[in-house]
Design a protein around this ligand. Structure first.
Ligand SMILES: Nc1nc2c(ncn2[C@@H]2O[C@H](COP(=O)(O)OP(=O)(O)OP(=O)(O)O)[C@@H](O)[C@H]2O)c(=O)[nH]1
Ligand SMILES: [Mg+2]
Length: 203
């Protein structure tokens, strides 16, 4: 399992006018400032996505094309970096804008294979996260939860949080991760590439 190439592809400002289709794609979503762009950079081992300590850095959808080798085969995928939801004080209306954007983006876009949902390991899910979970379930696409910034907590805290969130989000696909030190990188990549393989095999 190896990343061979990773490069910026394009920015989608109007999701309904998206031009680039065809390569299997994983959407990186999550609240603002949670570490989505840093996660992409760490997975790719290259600084392709813009990160910032100010929430709301990613305003449009940025697409990155990643070439990788998995189980002896060379393949391509797209990592799409979404704007964060829930950073404004008026979180509800921000969420509604986000939901309508992503709804439009995934409609009739059969290249999308699932969601990598970045979630700050120090937070507990709130009503907005539950709403997003419902939306994902409704989309019927698979998702995994990546618990970011684990370097800020003890390892035992991270593992117990992972088990709690597995129950709360009703999935086994929850991973502890740090973009700062690379903890969990192999596990996350293996999971994402397996999801992509399953999807391509079933076509
Ligand atoms: N310690 C630590 N800091 C991190 C980690 N991941 C991200 N950060 C920091 O968190 C801040 C936000 O990171 P980004 O990757 O820009 O977050 P984002 O989710 O893309 O943010 P928006 O695009 O604004 O929604 C930056 O200051 C990063 O350096 C991590 O794993 N550990
Ligand atoms: Mg970002």
């Amino acid at each position: 399992m190896k990343i061979l190439t990773a490069e910026y592809l394009t920015t989608v400002v109007k999701p309904e006018k998206r031009e680039f289709r065809g390569i299997p794609e994983i959407c990186f979503i999550g609240r603002s400032n949670v570490g989505k762009s840093s996660l992409i950079n760490r997975l790719a081992m290259r600084k392709i996505a813009r990160t910032s300590s100010t929430p709301g850095a990613t305003k449009a959808i940025n697409l990155y094309r990643v070439g990788y080798e998995f189980r002896g085969l060379r393949k391509w995928t797209i990592f799409s970096d979404f704007p964060g939801f829930g950073y404004s004080k008026v979180a509800r209306s921000t969420y509604l804008g986000w939901e309508s954007m992503i709804d439009t983006y995934i409609t009739e876009n059969s290249s999308i294979q699932g969601f990598a949902w970045a979630f700050d390991i120090r937070r507990d899910p709130d009503i907005l996260d539950k709403t997003v979970l419902e939306w994902i379930e409704y989309s019927r696409l698979p998702f995994c939860l990546i618990l970011t910034k684990c370097d800020k907590e003890r390892r035992s805290y991270g593992l117990s949080k992972r088990d709690t969130l597995k129950k709360e989000f009703c999935t086994d696909d929850v991973f502890v991760f740090s973009s700062k030190n690379g903890y969990g990188r192999d596990e996350v990549l293996t999971h994402l590439f397996s999801t992509l393989s399953k999807a391509t095999e079933s076509v």
